[in-house]
Design a protein around this ligand. Structure first.
Ligand code: FAD
Ligand code: 2HG
Ligand code: ZN
Length: 476
């Protein structure tokens, strides 16, 4: 017999198990992977973890939860950075994992769309598009694990937003199970559809607080004819911005990625992943990883990219550069970039800030805020990297060597205040791409206006009047 962890009668849980075709996990060894997040910052307890196989299954589970007043925590690949997919500690919630919603339902190369279920990993979506001779451009370090449902629910960004936009801009339609267990089929592959309020856009970025995304119709793009990747050293974020401006002038929309990393990032990847060597011999406080995706040819790509790098060198915007001459070399550059989150974890405790400011304000933001943080807490190690082309920095503070522990973590409020006040002065955002979840929920009331907060609370009440969809996440 299933033993429920809360007031829900075990007979009700048995009836839930019988009402859908997927799995219902209750044994601690089975549920454990769903109850702790990727950065191992949050852990929770749950009544059970449900793994439905179909949209109808999801609807049956949601109806059961509504009838039994059981809160639902939707979860995809569990790679989120703000604790949004991890239940609380009271054991009252049901984790609804979408990982078994695995079908690619349709691919339409002429319409440049594909329709996939929520549990398809981002890598698999990219592969499905590639098999159709197209590109699905959303790309990020967790792509082998994160699910498209989670990407849409967090409105994920990643490394090609500069050219193709974030998850929201890549989605044309959604299928959603609403909080009362109805299925909304909004899987439209239309570029134009002005028939009232855009419900799709409300579910995107809602972090599971309004309903459960079960499938999505996504945009595909032509595959580029060739890609060029380089790593270059720059003296400062200001110089990186001048390089960005030049690259955009010379490469126009072919510039698809422009990532900034401080030296500590490069050093820690080399330390923790010895197979990833330092890409350049010249010591430098900052590195830029840039990529172009050329629509014409390999030769055209190389020509324009080489000319850009030469001009940047002549103008002394960069001091050294390595342009990848093979796919393997390009992948080696990206491996450095994609190992940053993990390398940072291995350095010790970190306090993360995923922020955005207007691109033009980034140079001053970094110089001034670094100084303020180092003054407030000498010895901290700044881990500064991110999607410079989008104005998005991962502006993280790592403990001094040997300084991890409660005393360091107790400074979170101090660091948050310094960073978020600087962000606010620059007219930026306290969450560029990771969302709010548990991490920033209480900050929202401080950094969003009363008008916005009230409208958001009314939307929540309209979509989920019983507050069962991921309660206590996102909204203050
Ligand atoms: P989960 O972590 O499972 O869930 C995230 C949130 O969405 C939770 O609130 C959950 O309740 C909700 N949710 C999940 N699925 C559904 C659904 N079907 N319906 C409704 N709600 C749902 N993010 C970026 O934006 N850019 C990056 O470059 C980036 N790089 C990363 C690199 C690494 C190494 C890691 C570990 C994470 C990175 N992330 C990045 C963070 C993360 O947001 C993304 O990995 C991804 O979008 C989360 O997807 P997921 O399937 O893991 O979602
Ligand atoms: C990335 O860009 C992710 O690599 C993770 O968004 C950021 O670890 C982080 O702070
Ligand atoms: Zn990122």
């Amino acid at each position: 017999m299933i033993q429920p962890a809360s007031a829900v009668p075990s007979a009700a849980l048995e009836s839930l198990a019988a009402s859908f075709s997927g799995r219902l996990l209750t044994a601690p060894a089975d549920t454990a992977p769903f109850l702790t997040d990727w950065i191992k910052r949050w852990s929770g307890c749950a009544l059970a973890v449900a793994q439905p196989d179909t949209t109808e299954d999801v609807a049956a589970i949601v109806r059961w939860c509504a009838a039994n007043r059981v809160p639902i925590v939707p979860q995809g690949g569990n790679t989120g950075m703000v604790g949004g997919g991890i239940p609380g500690e009271d054991g009252r919630s049901l984790v609804l994992s979408t990982q078994r919603l695995r079908r690619v339902r349709a691919v339409d190369p002429l319409n440049n769309t594909l329709t996939v279920e929520a549990g398809v990993t981002l890598l698999e979506v990219q592969q499905a598009a590639r098999e159709a001779g197209r590109l699905f451009p959303l790309s990020l370090g967790a792509e082998g694990t994160c699910n498209i449902g989670g990407n849409l629910s967090t409105n994920a960004g990643g490394v090609q937003v500069l050219r193709y936009g974030n998850a929201r801009e890549l989605c044309l339609g959604l299928e959603v199970v609403t909080a009362d267990g109805q299925v909304w089929n909004g899987l439209r592959g239309l570029r134009k559809d002005n028939t009232g309020y855009d419900l799709r856009d409300l579910f995107i970025g809602a972090e599971g607080t309004l309903g459960i995304i079960t499938a999505a119709t996504l945009k595909m793009y032509p595959q580029p004819a060739a890609r060029m990747t380089a790593i270059a050293t720059v003296d400062s974020p200001h110089a990186a911005l001048r390089l960005l401006e030049l690259a955009q002038q010379r490469l126009s929309s072919s510039l698809t990625a422009f990532e900034l990393m401080n030296d500590f990032c490069i050093e820690s990847v080399a330390r923790h992943f010895p197979a990833s060597r330092r890409p350049l011999a010249t010591p430098s406080p900052w590195h830029v990883l840039l990529e172009s995706s050329d629509p014409i040819s390999e030769e055209h790509a190389r020509d324009s990219f080489d000319r850009l790098m030469e001009e940047a060198m002549e103008k002394e915007l960069i001091s050294d550069a390595a342009v990848a001459t093979s796919l393997a070399q390009s992948e080696a550059f990206w491996t450095i970039r994609h190992h940053l989150a993990e390398a940072q974890g291995r350095e010790g405790d970190s306090i993360k800030h995923d922020v955005s400011v207007p691109i033009s304000a980034i140079g001053d933001f970094v110089v001034q805020t670094n100084a303020a943080l180092e003054h407030a807490s000498p010895g901290i190690r700044m881990v500064v990297f991110g999607h410079l082309g989008d104005g998005n920095l991962h502006y993280n503070v790592t403990a001094p060597v040997g300084g991890s522990g409660p005393a360091f973590r107790a400074q979170q409020g101090l660091f948050n205040d310094i960073v978020y006040e600087a962000v606010t002065r620059a007219n930026g955002s306290i969450s560029a791409e990771h969302g709010i979840g548990q991490l920033k929920r209480d900050k929202l009331s401080r950094y969003k206006s009363e008008v916005e907060l009230k409208l958001m609370a009314r939307l929540k009440a309209a979509f989920d009047p019983d507050n069962l969809m991921n309660p206590g996440r996102l909204l203050p």
